[in-house]
Structures are given as structure tokens and as C-alpha cells.
Design a protein around this ligand. Structure first.
Ligand SMILES: Nc1ncnc2c1ncn2[C@@H]1O[C@H](COP(=O)(O)OP(=O)(O)O)[C@@H](O)[C@H]1O
Ligand SMILES: [Mg+2]
Length: 332
């Protein structure tokens, strides 16, 4: 059999050129070169050839002579809320298979407000919210303080620092103005869920494998209460620890896994994804967001799970890649 050639599309933190007035977290979503190296060597260890393509512009430049059977895509894309969809849509246009969710799923899930509307329609619990697109205007009669204010279509805790949690209307208005002017997009205002934080990883398609919840300890605390995962935490890895399996009973674990699977299916995720949760003191579970393009760095959740269930990082990448290869009938 011919050796399969796997293209790799990605955005590197090191390639990002900061512009004037960029917030310090402007390149937060992008990957470290080591993550791309680790994925490449995992794919090579499976006996495939790897062709590094790079970002969406490199893809466009080389579109006519890519010569790959499938692309392993972790590119975040550029500029707009459709940025994560750019690489998948281009690949679809020229008929090249790729690993992971399609442009529609990536576009919807990057936009937290649109995602929440779908979750609510499907009866999936998510914190009550209000979308703020006009500075100075709030409509929060249905919400109880404290609230959290996030950019509408960012990831990687962008726009989240200690002032993102607001306790009164004055703080709220200030924060909405800050998000709109700094991130050039509407703000998502949500009820703040005090208690615990989890994330659930999913791999596969027809009968996706849902892994048990991974609990997030913040600043050494499993009961994170008022704490939340800020950009500062993202930059200081030691302040975040993952507990796997989570410190919760089996019934709650199962409930969270069922919700994660439903969210994964409703948003039509493919091959792999991760669903982020908070749970309050009354054990009420809320979906915060769905990540169809979760970080695959060796420090992150997928490898924490791999270690604990006794498989290697390379085997976890294999599961993800093979899900896509099966979907396209490229292997039996
Ligand atoms: N409603 C909420 N209540 C409490 N904490 C929240 C809430 N929404 C977000 N957070 C905190 O902010 C972090 C990032 O939010 P999330 O919605 O997952 O966006 P992203 O990971 O894309 O930046 C979460 O991991 C959590 O710590
Ligand atoms: Mg998240």
C-alpha cells in the first residue's frame, strides 16, 4: 500500500506579528512549535509521511501542488469569527479530506452566543446570558450578579482577567465597553457559576468515545468557587492543574459525559472535541462552550487523559487521525 501523506496546517505563536493596540493575549490561540513537532512525529510514528503546510496563507500559496491524502488541521485562521473555518472550507473547495470538524461547526462554536442559542434550543444547560453589542446599554433583569463578561468569539481565555467577573452594574458597563473597544466585537455577559470546573474530551464519530471528566484545579483549589481560568493562568501553567479522574461521584460524571456527548452531536463535531463545564454548589451542571479544535499540546487535557488510561500521546493522535481516515473511507 502507498504510504499516506498527511499535511499539517497550523498557526504558530512565534509567527504572530503584534500590531499597535493589540491586547497582550492577541496570539493566545496559536500553537507552540513543539506542539506541531509532537503531532508531526506522532503521525510519522504511525508510518505516514508528514508534509508541513503551515497557516491559511501558506495553504493558499501551495494549493495546486499539495500532494497530500489528508490534512491534520489545527490552524486557528486569521481575523474574523470565521477564522477557524478558513482552512476546512478551502480544503473542501478543492476536495482534500481533513481531520476535525467542518467550517460550519468551527464557525458556530467559535461564536459563543450562537452556540448558546443552539444549546438552549436543544435543552442543554448553559448559564443565562445577555449579548452586549452597544456600549453603555445593558438588559440584565433576568440575570443575577456576579456576572462574567467575555468576548463573543475568542478562545484560550482571551479577554479574561480578574475584572471579567463583575459584581454590579457599574463594573458591568465598564467591562462591556472594554471588551467592545479592545476586542472589536460584542461581549457575552453570563451568570457566573461558583463552584467547580471540568472539561470532557470526546473522540470519534458514529459512536464517539467520551472520556470521563477532567477537573480543573485553579491556584491549587479543586473547589474553585470564585476563581476562573484567566489569560494569566494560561501563561503560568503551574497555576492550573488537571485532576483525572475528577473528584465527583459516578452519577455526576455520567451526567456530564452524557451532556458532553449531546453537545458534541448537536454541534456536529467530528473526530475530536472538548466540552467545557462549570458546576455550582448544588451540583447543577452548565456547558460553557464547545471546542472542536482543542489544544493538542502534551501539557494539555488530551495527553493527561492518555497517560492516565495507559496509552501514549502518539496513540491518542492515532485515534483522532483514524477517526477521520475511517470517515473518508481511506482505511477499512
Ligand atoms: N459563566 C461562567 N461562570 C464561571 N466561570 C466562567 C464562566 N464562563 C467562563 N468562565 C471561566 O472562564 C474560562 C474561559 O471561558 P470559556 O467560556 O471556556 O472560554 P475560552 O476557553 O474559549 O476562553 C473558563 O474556563 C472558566 O474558568
Ligand atoms: Mg474554554
Amino acid at each position: 500500500m502507498k504510504k499516506l501523506r498527511v499535511g499539517l496546517t497550523y498557526d504558530l505563536k512565534t509567527d504572530y506579528e503584534f500590531k499597535e493596540n493589540d491586547p497582550p493575549d492577541a496570539n493566545a490561540e496559536f500553537d507552540y512549535p513543539t506542539t506541531v513537532d509532537d503531532i508531526a512525529s506522532a503521525i510519522e510514528s504511525l508510518g505516514f509521511e508528514v508534509k508541513r503546510i503551515g497557516n491559511v496563507y501558506n495553504l493558499l500559496k501551495n494549493l495546486d501542488n499539495l500532494n497530500v491524502d489528508i490534512v491534520f488541521n489545527i490552524a486557528e485562521g486569521k481575523n474574523t469569527r470565521n477564522r477557524e473555518s478558513q482552512v476546512p472550507v478551502i480544503l473542501e473547495t478543492v476536495g482534500i479530506p481533513y481531520v476535525g470538524s467542518d467550517g460550519l461547526t468551527l464557525g458556530i462554536t467559535l461564536d459563543k452566543v450562537t452556540t448558546k442559542k443552539i444549546l438552549i434550543t436543544e435543552g442543554i444547560p448553559t448559564p443565562k446570558f445577555f449579548e452586549a453589542n452597544t456600549p453603555g446599554y445593558v438588559n440584565i433583569d433576568h440575570l443575577n450578579f456576579p456576572l462574567i463578561v467575555k468576548p463573543r468569539y475568542e478562545g484560550s481565555s482571551k479577554g479574561l482577567d480578574e475584572k471579567a467577573k463583575v459584581n454590579n452594574e457599574k463594573e458591568l458597563v465598564e467591562r462591556i465597553n472594554y471588551i467592545i473597544s479592545t476586542y472589536k466585537q460584542p461581549a457575552l455577559v453570563e451568570e457566573f457559576v461558583r463552584g467547580y470546573e471540568f472539561t470532557v474530551a470526546v473522540v470519534g464519530n458514529d459512536q464517539p468515545k467520551v472520556f470521563p471528566p477532567v477537573q480543573t484545579k485553579i491556584d491549587g483549589r479543586a473547589n474553585v468557587d470564585d476563581l476562573f481560568y484567566t489569560f494569566e493562568h494560561l501563561m503560568n501553567h503551574h497555576r492550573i492543574e488537571y485532576i483525572f479522574p475528577a473528584f465527583i461521584d459516578e452519577k455526576l460524571q455520567k451526567e456530564m459525559m452524557d451532556i458532553a456527548l449531546k453537545a458534541y452531536k448537536v454541534l456536529e463535531c467530528r473526530d475530536f472535541g472538548r466540552v467545557d463545564f462549570r458546576m455550582d454548589e448544588q451540583n447543577r451542571i452548565f456547558v460553557l462552550e464547545i471546542n472542536p479544535l482543542p489544544c493538542l499540546s502534551k501539557e494539555d487535557v488530551f495527553n493527561i487523559i492518555a497517560k492516565e488510561i495507559g496509552i501514549t500521546y502518539n496513540q491518542m493522535i492515532e485515534k483522532i487521525l483514524y477517526s477521520a481516515l475511517k470517515r473518508y473511507n481511506l482505511i477499512s
